[in-house]
Design a protein around this ligand. Structure first.
Ligand code: AMP
Length: 143
């Protein structure tokens, strides 16, 4: 099982903004689209950074509402870990666990082509385990 299997099930649409967008705009997108993170892209469709709800809470909790009109480029994580479609589900899970983040953009030749979340990875793993259990029960029942 790899990241391609997850993208084929959930789609490849990624909600993005430019680093020049304001924190207020980013919060509207996070709330309106019911997502936990926004990938910030450069002009070549590459990943420039990521802003998640954790960053929003950190900035609002430390700076306060005056940060709402600041650009998200100033508060994004610039050193973004990414994967490819060939990354296995277990590798993606390992990256998220050791890096302590819940979102992993998927890139190909330096361009953003999808995103997976820890929720997508857990869903995929549960389905896999259930499939294996079913196969095992069928194997045992067949005698
Ligand atoms: P999250 O758990 O995804 O809400 O993110 C927790 C923190 O990690 C935030 O500061 C994010 O900006 C950052 N982050 C999220 N995804 C990634 C990623 N793929 N690579 C690096 N940092 C990330």
């Amino acid at each position: 099982m790899n990241v391609r299997d997850i993208l084929e099930a959930k789609g490849r649409n990624v909600i993005t903004l430019k680093p020049e967008a304001t924190l207020e705009e980013a919060m509207q997108v996070l709330a309106g689209r019911r997502i936990g993170a926004i990938v910030l892209t450069d002009d070549a469709d590459g990943v420039a950074g990521i802003v998640s709800e954790r960053d929003v809470v950190r900035v609002l909790g430390t700076i306060g509402v005056s940060a709402l009109s600041e650009s998200i480029g100033q508060m994004m994580t610039a050193n973004v870990r990414t994967c490819t479609e060939d990354t296995t589900v277990n590798e993606a899970m390992e990256m998220m666990t050791t890096g302590r983040f819940r979102h992993l953009p998927v890139c190909q030749n330096g361009r953003l082509i999808g995103i997976i979340s820890i929720g997508d990875v857990v869903k995929q793993r549960i389905e896999e385990v259930e499939r294996e259990a079913l196969q095992m029960r069928e194997y045992i029942a067949a005698g």
